[in-house]
Design a protein around this ligand. Structure first.
Ligand code: COI
Length: 355
């Protein structure tokens, strides 16, 4: 399919900030991708200057949250090329989310090509410093104007790019997590597995509680027993117990993280034993206190691998590894980021070069 490319004028260009000033998701590049769906088909794929949408106040996304998105990153490599990380995994997950949310499928080759064409136009925006990347946000929203509750018949699929620094401003340092005591993020049969905005909105209330007590992150428990660890604020979670890796299984309430999948594959390749099994929070804190659970970390596209140094559960603090980065966490981080940034040879064929 032919792409329409409309470049911005000189005075539409934005001022870039230095890599050292980059926060997460506050700066956006000069262009975006947009493709509209109407009458049961997608229109022309377009790269256009970054711009606001004019949406009718009655449109479906604003009332019933019919929307999905993805998070991806592009990294510069030492040979000067720019590389995506496993983009077809995101394309496939986007379509799973679309199905759950009654939205049209996007051809997976077109999904990746949209990102490639956009990044080619805005390649000067890719930051080059350690712990920075070009964050990519493919999104689909329901744009039909009506208030009756049914699936929309009109949609926008768009992609925006954001040069980012670390998701946690402290970078690769241990963070503190609060075990959710009031709310749940997802329920069996709900939308927990889909990457849809409502799942993230549902995290905000408990996160406000956690933050008011000094904990920036929340660990979510299952909705039925309020005992089994599911995931974290906006990321998957892993624990090291007796030098083996444990993470909750994908049973429908947890996002199928691509970083999660990559870390598990990487860990097995490096010789670690990996367990995808249900883990009780009471067992975890008990094992932390007995010195058996020696490391814990979050995994996600935005967060990469972020160590957890402190878990608050039922009015008690549990310090993991003396609030230091553990050796397995460090090993996995070095390998993952090394592959993503082209410093370590990509033996898995995960990186996708943009020519
Ligand atoms: C990501 O990790 O890419 C996400 O979508 C999480 C978001 C809260 C930044």
């Amino acid at each position: 399919m032919d792409f329409e490319i409309q470049l911005c004028t000189e005075d539409q260009r934005k001022k870039k900030v230095a890599d050292s000033e980059l926060a997460f998701g506050t700066q956006f590049t000069d262009h975006m991708f947009l493709m509209k769906y109407k009458d049961e088909k997608w229109g022309t794929p377009c790269v256009i200057p970054y711009q606001s949408f004019q949406l009718d106040p009655a449109c479906a996304v604003l009332h019933y949250s019919q929307e999905i998105f993805e998070g991806m990153k592009a990294f510069p490599h030492p040979d000067g090329s720019i590389n995506l990380f496993r983009p077809f995994e995101n394309a496939a997950r986007f379509n799973l989310s679309a199905e759950r949310m009654c939205m049209p499928q996007v051809n997976e080759d077109l999904f990746v090509k949209a990102i490639l064409e956009l990044i080619k136009v805005d390649k000067d925006w890719v930051p080059h410093s350690p712990e920075t990347a070009l964050y990519i946000r493919p999104t689909m929203i329901a744009t039909e104007k009506f208030l009756g509750l049914r699936a929309s018949s009109e949609f926008y699929f768009y992609v925006i790019l954001s040069p980012v620094g670390p998701f946690f401003k402290e970078g690769f340092k241990p963070t503190k997590a609060y075990v959710a005591s009031q709310n749940v993020r997802a329920t069996p049969g709900g939308t927990g597995e889909a990457k849809t905005g409502g799942n993230y909105a549902a995290t905000l209330h408990e996160t406000c509680i956690a933050k008011s007590k000094g904990y920036p992150q929340v660990i979510w428990l299952d909705a039925i027993h309020r005992q089994f660890v599911e995931e974290a604020s906006a990321m998957n979670i892993m624990f090291i117990i007796d030098d083996e890796i444990y993470t909750p299984p994908l049973e429908g309430t947890i996002l199928k993280g691509i970083t999660r999948k990559s870390v598990l594959e990487l860990a097995q390749n490096l010789g670690y034993t990996v367990h995808e099994e249900r883990i009780k929070i009471d067992t975890i804190v008990d094992q932390i206190n007995k010195g058996q659970c020696t490391e814990a970390f979050f995994v996600g596209t935005a967060a990469s691998i972020t160590p957890i140094g402190h878990i608050f559960h039922k009015d008690e603090d549990h310090i993991v590894n003396n609030f230091n980065v553990g050796k397995i966490t460090q090993h996995l981080y070095d390998e993952l980021v090394g592959i993503q940034t082209g410093i370590i040879d990509d033996r898995f064929n995960w990186t996708y070069r943009i020519d």
